[in-house]
Design a binder for this molecule. Structure first.
Ligand code: AOF
Ligand code: ZN
Length: 361
C-alpha cells in the first residue's frame, strides 16, 4: 500500500474515533487523533467530554516514547493557542513526532493556520486536506458555529410510502420501524439540542430524550417553539424538565401578556426565552453553547426552517406503510430536495430506507 492510501486509512480511523464523542464536547469540536509508528497505532485520543483535554495530548501520552519519529493523524488542525490547556501543536513538537496528517484546517481565529506553522517551523512534515469532505462532515456542527455563527440545523423526517409525515388529528403514529427509531435516538445522543413546534408537542406529547441503554445521560436540551407558551404543565416535556433541560421559546415582546404562564413553566424548571424569528432563536442557542439542533417536527416547523434557508442537513427515513386519508404531506422529499444539497448516503434499516443530504458549510 502507498503512503497516500495509508494516510486515508488512518484518517478514516481517526474520524471514526472523533464521532464517538460527537455531541458531548460543545462548544469544542470532537477531534480524533492517532499516533502511528511503523504502520501500528501506538496512541489514540479523542476530545474528552466537555471539550478538554484535547485529543492530541491524550494520544501522545498513550504513545509515550513511541511518538518519537511517528506520524500523527488529526481530524482538525492542532491548536496553537494557550487556552485552558497549552497548544497541542507544541505538544506534538515536544514529543518528537516526525509527520502530521490533518483533515481539516481550524477556522478558529486563534488557530487558523498557526497550528500548521508551529509544526512546520519545527521541521515536521505536514500534510493537510486528507479525507477533507468526511472531516468537514464530522466537524459540521463546530464549523457551522465558527463560520456561520449559528448551530448546525439537522432536519429529520419519517415519511410514509404515500409521502406523509403523520395524520391530522392523531398523535404519534409509527411510520418507521425499530431500527430507524434506534438510529434517531443515536442521532439525538450526538446532537446538542432537539427542537419541535408546539403543534407536535401538543399532538404527540413527546419526551424527546435518548432511550438507548447506556446513552440516557446524553439526552440533548429540548427546545419547543411555543409563541404563546401553550406547553401544558402536565406534558412529559415539562414533567421531565428538571432531569433534561427544556427551553420554551415565546414570541418576542410576549413577556407581559404571558407572565402567568411563564412563571408557571419556570416554577417547573422550564427555561423561557423570547425570540422574534428563527435566526434570533438560533443565535440565542449558539450563545448558550449549543452547536447543533435536530429539528424533529412537525411540518410547519420544518417548512419554516427550510423556507428561511436555515437547514444544513436533511435526514429522510422512508417507511413502507401508507397513511392515506387525512395525511400531512411531507414538507420535503427525495424528489424535491432544495437546491444546494448533495445526497451523501443511503442505508436500509429494517424495511425503511434512509437518505442523508447535506449542504456545504
Ligand atoms: C485541538 N484538539 O481535540 C480540540 C481542539 O477553549 P480551549 O482552549 O479548549 O480551545 C478551544 C479551541 O480548541 C476550539 O475552538 C478549537 O479551535 C480547538 N479544538 N483543538 O487541537 C482538540 N477539540
Ligand atoms: Zn488543542
Amino acid at each position: 500500500m502507498d503512503a497516500a492510501s495509508d494516510d486515508r486509512r488512518f484518517m478514516e480511523a481517526a474520524l471514526r474515533l472523533a464521532l464517538t464523542h460527537l455531541g458531548r464536547t460543545s462548544t469544542n469540536p470532537s477531534v480524533g487523533c492517532l499516533i502511528v509508528k511503523d504502520g501500528e497505532i501506538v496512541g489514540r485520543g479523542v476530545t474528552a467530554e466537555g471539550g478538554r483535554p484535547h485529543a492530541e495530548p491524550q494520544a501522545l501520552a498513550e504513545a509515550g516514547e513511541k511518538a518519537r519519529g511517528a506520524t500523527a493523524y488529526v481530524t482538525l488542525e492542532p491548536c496553537s493557542h494557550y487556552g485552558r490547556t497549552p497548544p497541542c501543536a507544541n505538544a506534538i513538537v515536544g514529543a518528537g513526532v516526525a509527520r502530521v496528517v490533518i483533515s481539516v484546517l481550524d477556522p478558529d481565529p486563534r488557530v487558523s493556520g498557526r497550528g500548521v506553522k508551529i509544526l512546520e517551523d519545527a521541521g515536521i512534515e505536514v500534510v493537510t486536506g486528507v479525507l477533507e469532505e468526511e472531516g468537514r462532515r464530522a466537524l459540521a456542527a463546530y464549523l457551522t458555529r465558527q463560520i456561520k455563527k449559528r448551530p448546525q440545523v439537522i432536519l429529520k423526517l419519517a415519511i410514509s410510502s404515500d409521502g406523509m409525515i403523520g395524520r391530522r388529528g392523531e398523535g404519534q403514529i409509527a411510520i418507521t420501524g425499530h431500527q430507524s427509531r434506534e438510529q434517531v435516538h443515536l442521532l439525538r445522543a450526538a446532537t446538542d439540542s432537539i427542537l419541535v413546534g408546539i403543534g407536535t408537542a401538543l399532538a404527540d406529547d413527546p419526551e424527546l430524550t435518548v432511550r438507548l441503554p447506556g446513552l440516557e445521560l446524553y439526552s440533548p436540551v429540548r427546545v419547543v417553539l411555543d409563541r404563546n407558551l401553550d406547553l401544558p404543565l402536565t406534558s412529559k416535556l415539562v414533567r421531565s424538565a428538571r432531569k433534561v433541560p427544556v427551553i420554551a421559546v415565546a414570541g418576542e415582546g410576549s413577556a407581559e401578556s404571558l407572565q402567568g404562564r411563564r412563571a408557571a413553566l419556570e416554577a417547573e424548571g422550564v427555561e423561557v426565552v423570547e425570540a422574534s424569528d428563527l435566526e434570533g432563536l438560533l443565535f440565542g442557542l449558539v450563545s448558550r453553547g449549543i452547536s447543533s439542533v435536530l429539528v424533529e417536527g412537525g411540518a410547519k416547523t420544518a417548512r419554516a426552517f427550510l423556507d428561511a434557508g436555515l437547514v444544513d442537513r436533511i435526514l429522510l427515513f422512508h417507511g413502507p406503510g401508507a397513511i392515506g386519508s387525512d395525511g400531512i404531506v411531507a414538507p420535503v422529499d427525495t424528489d424535491h430536495i432544495p437546491e444546494g444539497f448533495k445526497h451523501v448516503r443511503t442505508a436500509v434499516f429494517d424495511a425503511d430506507r434512509f437518505d442523508d443530504y447535506e449542504r456545504g458549510i
